[in-house]
Design a protein around this ligand. Structure first.
Ligand code: GDP
Length: 191
C-alpha cells in the first residue's frame, strides 16, 4: 500500500478544490506540533513528504497524498495555535466541517494526541465535530518515546475516558513514536 507509492497530489483551501471522490481515503488531524508530519512521513517511508515544521502563518491547506493507486491519505491542517487570528481559525473550521460532513469516500479520521498531554479542550472540540459528521475516528498517541510507561498508562486512561463521551470513537487506541518506529506497522495495517 505504501512503499514507494506515495505522492503529493495537491493542497486544497476550498471545497471546490477537492480531488474527485474516486477512491477511499483516511484523514489525519491533530494540534499543531503533535507530530502529524513526522507520523505521515514515517507511515509512508518518505521523509519530507509532509512538511515537518508548520508555522502559525502557514496557509491552512488540506493536503492530499496518494497511497498506492486506490487510496488517498489526507493531511488536515494542524489546529490549536494559541495566537492564530480569528478569521484564520474560522475559515479553517468552516472548511473542516464541510470536508468532514460532505466527503463520501472518507472512511476514518485518525486524531493524533500527544502521549504527554492527553485529550485537551481543542481536541475534544474536533472529536465532537467528528461525532456530528458521523465520521468514525481513531485516536493515535504520538511521541510515546517521550513518556514513562506509568505516565503513558495514565494518559491512556484519560483518553479512554474522553472517548467514552464520543459515539463516533473507535475504541482501539494506537500508541506510536515516529522517532522509534513504534506502532507504525500497526497503523499501516489498520489503514
Ligand atoms: P506537526 O506540526 O504536527 O506536523 O508536528 P511535527 O511532525 O513537525 O513534529 C513536531 C516536533 O515534534 C518536531 O520537533 C519533531 O521532531 C517532534 N516529534 C515528532 N514525532 C516525534 C516522536 O515520535 N518522538 C519525539 N521524541 N519527537 C517527535
Amino acid at each position: 500500500l505504501f512503499a514507494g507509492q506515495t505522492e503529493f497530489v495537491k493542497g486544497v483551501v476550498a471545497m471546490s478544490g477537492l480531488p474527485a471522490p474516486d477512491r477511499l481515503e483516511v484523514c489525519f488531524a491533530g494540534r499543531s506540533n503533535v507530530g502529524k508530519s513526522s507520523l505521515i512521513n514515517a507511515l509512508t517511508g518518505r521523509r519530507g513528504l509532509a512538511r515537518a515544521s508548520n508555522t502559525p502563518g502557514r496557509t491552512q491547506e488540506i493536503n492530499f497524498f496518494t497511497a498506492g493507486d486506490a487510496h488517498y491519505l489526507v493531511d488536515l491542517p494542524g489546529y490549536g495555535f494559541a495566537n492564530a487570528p480569528v478569521p484564520v481559525v474560522e475559515k479553517w473550521q468552516r472548511l473542516l466541517k464541510q470536508y468532514l460532513s460532505g466527503r463520501q469516500t472518507l472512511r476514518r479520521a485518525f486524531v493524533l494526541i500527544d502521549a504527554r498531554h492527553g485529550v485537551k479542550k481543542v481536541d475534544d472540540e474536533i472529536l465532537s465535530l467528528l461525532d456530528s459528521a458521523a465520521v468514525t475516528f481513531q485516536v493515535v498517541l504520538t511521541k510515546a518515546d517521550k513518556v514513562k510507561d506509568a505516565d503513558r498508562a495514565k494518559v491512556l486512561e484519560q483518553v479512554r475516558k474522553a472517548l467514552s463521551q464520543h459515539p463516533a470513537a473507535f475504541p482501539e487506541i494506537v500508541v506510536t513514536s515516529s522517532e522509534k518506529g513504534w506502532g507504525i506497522p500497526t497503523l499501516r495495517a489498520i489503514i
